[in-house]
Design a protein around this ligand. Sequence first.
Ligand SMILES: Cc1cc2nc3c(=O)[nH]c(=O)nc-3n(C[C@H](O)[C@H](O)[C@H](O)COP(=O)(O)O)c2cc1C
Length: 190
Amino acid sequence: MIMLSMADLVPEIEKRKSGRALSNKNVPLEIIERIMTAAALAPSCFNNQPWRFLVVHDEPVLNNVKAALTPGNYWAKQAPVLIAVCTKTDLDCTPPDGRQYAFFDTGLAVENCLLQVVKEGLIAHAIAGFNQAEVKKVLSVPEEFTVITLIITGYQGDPSLLNENHRQAEDSARERLPLDKVVMYNRWKK
Ligand SMILES: Cc1cc2nc3c(=O)[nH]c(=O)nc-3n(C[C@H](O)[C@H](O)[C@H](O)COP(=O)(O)O)c2cc1C
């Protein structure tokens, strides 16, 4: 196997990490717009663009969404802004063999968003730990949509507000399966 150093990667991919130590300092809207532009430039099946992003920065609404976080996501309560990522299957390709591209393509847009956030010098952390029904109610998301993730965003803050596990995770290297477990060449490897 060819060995590459991390320095050969796109810098934002190399730097991106799901940090939790957030400051409550406001993020200017022009930065949010650049982040959303990056997200919207993702590829999608037939250019269907099935993603819908709901940026929440208005404090009363933000607080209502934060009330729907699972206890383990207490750290996200510091965030000055979060983005509810929504989609539904019929906004994108669904070939007859059952492949559904809406969630796949929305994920591509989310990664674009995360990488632009890194370029802006901010932290972004996608989460699944929230009560979806509650979030949909608070944000008036139509019934047929899924809120697949909340992207928690903000400037770097004080790690001392985190619990011990999360504090340690801030400084630790990103863990991944070895490449030969997830990448195969030419044939499926049993
Ligand atoms: C769809 C999704 C849901 C996640 N949900 C949570 C969550 O609820 N709480 C949390 O602290 N981290 C959550 N994470 C972050 C992952 O734990 C993190 O991406 C993973 O451990 C890899 O670490 P890294 O992003 O720093 O490379 C989620 C990530 C994704 C992509």
